[in-house]
Design a protein around this ligand. Structure first.
Ligand code: XLS
Ligand code: NI
Ligand code: NI
Length: 439
């Protein structure tokens, strides 16, 4: 099977099914907390992995054949990817896709040529979208692969490179708007440094912000009403990347007045590379009202790079969906920035990868809803801070207390009692009982 069009439609068969090409948990129209699963889980296909990546690594070439019967580097191939990709999405019930400019077409010899190719392919995609439910979740520009971007795009030391990036950015925004994209993402691929010995960090960060501001102004001027995203990542390819994690990116956006136009696109594997859990970065984004979208994948905690695996760990997807549900849901979606392992090279493997990820998130959604409905975890957290429901606690929360007043009370009271058990083991047991008490 070398074509995705050879795959069957993927049905929902329920948890008992042993059919590898069926969903066990993702049942698009099933209601969870009053909303169909597919509205909680706006799954998206990442054009770069699904339609383009062949599994090459620095030790060997790709193993998967993604030529789809056409010669790579041609527009015929670019169109075949659209045909195959749309067929695949429809068979799986995936209603969104994300792209970089260079995933859609081979780069031409000049910007004009590449832009003409982008015009052609976006016409082709737009026509394909007609009569389907498929929409563009977000677009982006690849400002990191070409050697000119060795020092990044917004962070480049070269004004020529900076302008080239601006041209690509402008075109990628136009393509996103043309395809009705709901978002535009900045992943700072090489926006960082290899050594501070040659780097003016402040200058570079200011330039990145200026480029983003120009991008926002331009996009709004051509009618883009969607959300801009920063996708934080701490390292790789650079030693250090400026959008290190959610907290850092939020600080950056606020410092440069970009926080009204931007939210964050949190990627599971990037959070773990930053030394956080996926849940942590989701929480940081959510509590700052900056949670926009998610790049759904999973890393390998024993490895120090972005392995972009399909999400399989239900404990992780449960805690992620718990954060997402508690934040009121995602405006963006769950983009599978994920690829098969190199030895899983067939089209069937690709379908199984998506089924794995979609089922892992569907199961996570059901279990997260069950944790919330069970109420013990949330109830415990509420109870844990109950001492602040006192008169004095309320005064503190309303910024009406003084340090002197608090100190006086402490002296009067004598030794403060211990703050009460955190009961972590009990809570972990509650989560396990919700996860494993049967369907
Ligand atoms: C790489 C990033 C990238 C972005 C899009 O690590 O995850 O794939 O999602 O540029
Ligand atoms: Ni990503
Ligand atoms: Ni990534």
């Amino acid at each position: 099977m070398s074509l995705l069009t050879d795959l069957p439609r993927i049905p929902y068969e329920g948890p008992q099914s042993k059919n590898p090409l069926a969903f066990k948990h993702y049942d698009a129209n099933r209601l969870v907390m009053g909303k169909p699963m597919k509205d909680h889980l706006k799954f998206s296909l990442a054009w770069w992995h699904a339609m383009s990546a062949t599994g090459l690594d620095m030790f060997g070439p790709g193993t998967a054949d993604k030529t789809f019967g056409e010669a790579p580097g041609t527009m015929e191939h670019a169109r075949a990817k659209v045909d195959q990709g749309f067929d695949f999405m429809q068979k799986l019930g995936i209603e969104y896709f994300c792209f970089h400019d260079v995933d859609l077409v081979p780069e031409g010899k000049s910007l004009e040529e590449t832009n003409r190719r982008l015009d052609d392919i976006t016409d082709y995609i737009k026509a394909k979208m007609q009569g389907t439910n498929i929409r563009c979740l977000w677009g982006t520009a690849n400002l990191f692969s070409h050697p000119r971007y060795m020092n990044g795009a917004g962070s480049s030391n070269s004004v020529d490179v900076y302008c080239h990036a601006a041209a690509q950015l402008k075109k990628a925004i136009e393509c996103t708007v043309k395809l009705g994209g709901t978002g535009y993402t900045f992943w700072g691929g090489r926006e960082g440094y290899e050594t501070l010995l040659n780097t003016d960090m402040k200058f570079e960060q200011e330039n990145i912000a200026k480029l983003m501001r120009m991008a926002v102004d331009y996009a709004r001027s051509i009618g883009f009403t969607g959300t801009f995203y920063i996708e934080p990542k701490p390292k790789e390819p650079m030693k250090h990347q400026y959008d290190f994690d959610a907290a850092t990116a939020i600080g950056f956006l606020r410092q440069y007045g970009l926080d009204k136009d931007f939210k964050l696109n949190i990627e599971a594997n990037h959070a773990t590379l930053a030394g956080h859990t996926f849940q942590h970065d989701l929480r940081v984004a959510a509590m700052n009202d900056m949670l926009g979208s998610v790049d759904a994948n999973q890393g390998d905690l024993l490895l120090g790079w972005d392995t972009d695996q399909f999400p399989a760990d239900v404990y992780e997807t449960t805690l992620a969906m718990y954060e997402i549900l508690k934040s009121g849901g995602l405006k963006g979606g769950l983009n599978f920035d994920a690829k098969n392992r190199r030895p899983s090279y067939t089209m069937k493997d690709m379908a199984e990868g998506f089924i794995l990820g979609m089922d892992a998130f569907a199961l996570g959604l059901k279990k997260a809803a069950a944790i919330i409905e069970d109420g013990r975890v949330d109830g415990f957290v509420k109870e844990r801070y109950a001492s602040f429901d006192s008169d004095l606690g309320r005064k503190i929360r309303k910024d009406e207390a003084t340090l002197g007043e608090l100190a006086e009370r402490a002296i009067k009271q004598g030794q403060a009692p211990l703050p009460g058990s955190g009961r972590q083991e009990y809570l972990e047991g509650v989560v396990n009982s919700v996860l494993f008490s049967g369907e």
